[in-house]
Ligand binder design. Structure first.
Ligand code: WTA
Length: 678
């Protein structure tokens, strides 16, 4: 058995022994107001009606020119949706709402310091600010449709303004999570060929105003090393007119946006009419090999999918106050803070800081003050709030009709706390399963149509047709109690179009595994491979077990183990590195790192610290390991392959299994004692 097979079999075993959870039902009150109460939706979006059934997604949008071909498969598996259509995402998220909603809040920004007032941007104000910044991007930065721009910004209203200004011009934005390092930003800027990068000078995190601008210098340097020169760095200021960062400006390269914007005051920019299949943005995500992949999303298909799922699965109405407590630097924030809610003329809330700052009552105070009625977050935040403030929610007078959990599996116990305490037993919950690549939800209950089952994402979203395959491509039936690789049989409008600059990697990573005929132009021959293991229960609900590739899902965010390992190897003393996921009470999973040293070096705290530093500097604090263990040698197969499985078992205190066939079985016990004590 290969290493992978052993892991999968053990996951399947776990799955079989899982108990079935009881259903929870949506309230009649929720159902009475829900956007989707028609069970006929599943028939309408069945495979028999594919692909024309996706017209109802496209019809949520306003088109300059209506499209004439729903799905073009001629370049399989690079699918093109709504071909012939002309559209603009910024127009769909702003301009078209003005007639009816110009004075309605589009965005409410909640700063982390509690004594700073929240900021409301109406649709009219958003319109003005996006237009002025679009004029600056076009006339000052010289950007036009098809150019790429890398945006390394925290959770401030200037971030969606920047994205929507890019979208207005057809400039492809690539947002890098604010918590990532300057190096990570530089690498992504180079990969995407950005000659302009956009920064914020500083932002609040846990009560401290952090200097973010310093990362811009590193980003420019790293991009340059990779052959991409950055001509302009545009820097928004947290407090316009005031410097919050000590990092000096680079003459001729760095510009404060608030200063330059003065020249563009009152300017309007007509939205550029773009082909539906033109790219809207890139979002980089970790994969099995070292380099992050730039997932390319289209304008028409992506926006249609984000809008439809926001309307029917998030149940967003224009009257709602919707708060997704994710970061816009991840796909969740793109689809479900910015593009989905704004395309529906909703009020979307964004919060700058840490959920537990200054105390674990903070999210519920925000909910009370703004009268939020839809709440969206991830299991890692729910676990944290449950741990540090289990009794906080009842102290505040807010009422959620709907709540979401996303990004990683949620333990049924945690789900029940979320339902009972955070949702006060009133809110419906959707556990939404999806990926950066998929643009929007793949599995979820339809909130007014299905009962909820703690720990299960639910059935597929209407229009999505999953299948679970075993390693050999045999279908595993629902109710078989066996885990397998969850794939999607059909294309859908939200699916990414390709990996930026690497079509071969796109095909081989996502479509080759179960493709029977590589020359086929028939979508039926190209199931989408998610890279996740799942079990399909008899009732049709999917339980997602996690990644089957070398990716660790830390607090709902994907980190490539190879990326982490190659960081460790930049430490001079390190000879070999191996990274394994270890269970963590709050974050779900965190990396544990094992390194062995080059000859002549001795184990020391200093080397351990260097390893941690290398990771924080190269990737960001989010990837900080739980432990660094310096081991005398790695457990290896006779062919010299490091047995991560054995190290993972040691870190997680599970059975290491049979190690007698290893080249160096004795080292296993030595490492075990070191990690676990006796
Ligand atoms: C995992 C985040 C269980 C899964 C939107 C997937 C989940 C990866 C769920 C994608 C869920 C996401 N239940 N696991 N509801 N949602 N995942 O690209 O392993 O950051 O492949 O997208 O998160 O992470 P990504």
């Amino acid at each position: 058995m290969s290493e992978k097979e052993i892991l999968e079999v053990s996951e399947a075993e776990i799955a079989v022994h899982w108990q079935e959870e009881e259903y929870f039902h949506p309230s009649t009150r929720f159902i009475a107001q829900a956007n989707m109460t028609d069970a006929g939706i599943f028939d309408r979006l069945s495979l028999d009606n594919f692909p024309e059934c996706f017209k109802e997604f496209a019809d949520l949008l306003s088109w300059y020119k209506y499209w004439d071909k729903t799905l073009d498969t001629s370049d399989a598996p690079c699918w093109k949706w709504f071909v012939g259509g002309k559209i603009n995402a910024s127009f769909n998220c702003i301009d078209r709402h003005l007639a009816k909603y110009k004075n309605k809040a589009a965005l409410i920004f909640v700063p982390e310091p509690e004594d700073e007032q929240h900021v409301v941007l109406t649709y009219q104000e958003l319109y003005v600010r996006v237009n002025e910044f679009a004029a600056l991007l076009r006339d000052f930065a010289g950007l036009k449709a098809g150019d790429r721009v890398t945006i390394h910004m925290p959770m401030v209203p200037e971030l969606p303004i920047t994205m929507l200004a890019c979208a207005r011009l057809g400039v492809i934005h690539s947002v890098v999570f604010g918590g990532f390092s300057g190096k990570a930003c530089g690498e992504r800027a180079a990969d995407s060929g950005s000659r302009v990068i956009i920064y914020m000078d500083a932002y609040y995190r846990n009560g401290k105003l952090l200097d973010h601008k310093q990362n811009a210098d590193i980003a420019c340097k790293v991009a340059k090393e990779e052959g991409q020169s950055i001509d302009k760095v545009l820097i928004w200021r947290r407090y316009p007119g005031n410097d919050s960062s000590d990092t000096p400006m680079v003459e001729g390269r760095d510009f404060f946006v608030d200063e330059v914007l003065k020249d563009y005051s009152g300017k309007r920019v007509a939205p550029v009419q773009l082909p539906a299949e033109a790219p809207l943005f890139l979002m980089y995500t970790s994969g099995t090999t070292g380099k992050p992949k730039g997932c390319q999303h289209s304008i028409g298909g992506y926006l249609a999918y984000a809008a439809w799922t926001s309307k029917y699965i998030q149940d967003i109405h224009p009257e709602d106050v919707y708060w997704c407590m994710a970061d816009i630097g991840w796909i969740t924030g793109h689809s479900y803070i910015v593009y989905g809610p704004l395309s529906l003329a909703a009020t979307t809330v964004m919060y700058e800081g840490v959920p537990t700052f200054p105390d674990p009552g903070r999210p519920w105070r925000i909910a009370e003050k703004l009268d939020v009625n839809i709440f969206h977050t991830a299991p890692t935040a729910i676990r944290m709030l449950r741990k540090v403030g289990p009794d906080e929610p009842p102290k505040y007078d807010y009422h959620f009709k709907h709540m979401t959990t996303v990004g990683e599996p949620i333990e049924p116990e945690v789900w029940r706390w979320y339902h009972k305490v955070v949702g006060k037993g009133e809110a419906v919950i959707v556990d939404t399963y999806w990926q950066t690549e998929t643009g929007g939800f793949l599995c979820s209950t339809m909130p007014a149509l299905h009962p909820m089952k703690p720990g299960s994402a639910g059935p597929a979203v209407p229009g999505i047709h999953p299948v679970i395959y075993d390693e050999d491509g045999n279908e595993i039936e629902a109710g078989a109690g066996k885990a397998g690789n969850i794939c999607i049989r059909n294309p859908w409008p939200g699916a990414f179009q390709t990996i930026w600059g690497d079509r071969d990697r796109y095909v081989s990573t996502y479509y080759e595994k179960y493709c029977k005929n590589k020359d086929s132009k028939n979508w039926r021959d190209w199931p989408y491979f998610t890279g996740d293991a799942a079990v399909h229960a008899e009732d049709g609900y999917y339980r997602i077990l996690g990644r089957i590739d070398d990716v660790i899902n830390v607090a709902g965010h994907r980190l490539g183990t190879k990326e982490l390992e190659s960081c460790c190897l930049t430490v001079e003393e390190v000879a070999e590195a191996s990274v394994v996921p270890v269970a963590d009470e709050i974050k779900g999973r965190v990396p544990d790192i094992y390194v062995s040293l080059k000859p002549g070096y001795k184990q020391s705290k200093e080397i351990e610290d260097k390893v941690v530093m290398s990771i924080e500097k190269t990737i960001g604090k989010i990837a900080r390991p739980k432990h660094v263990y310096i081991v005398p040698d790695m457990p290896k197969t006779r062919s010299g392959k490091i047995m991560r499985r054995v190290l993972a078992a040691i870190s997680n205190r599970t059975d290491v299994g049979d190690v007698t066939t290893l080249a160096n079985p004795e080292v296993v016990e030595e490492i075990r004692q070191m990690v676990q004590g006796d």
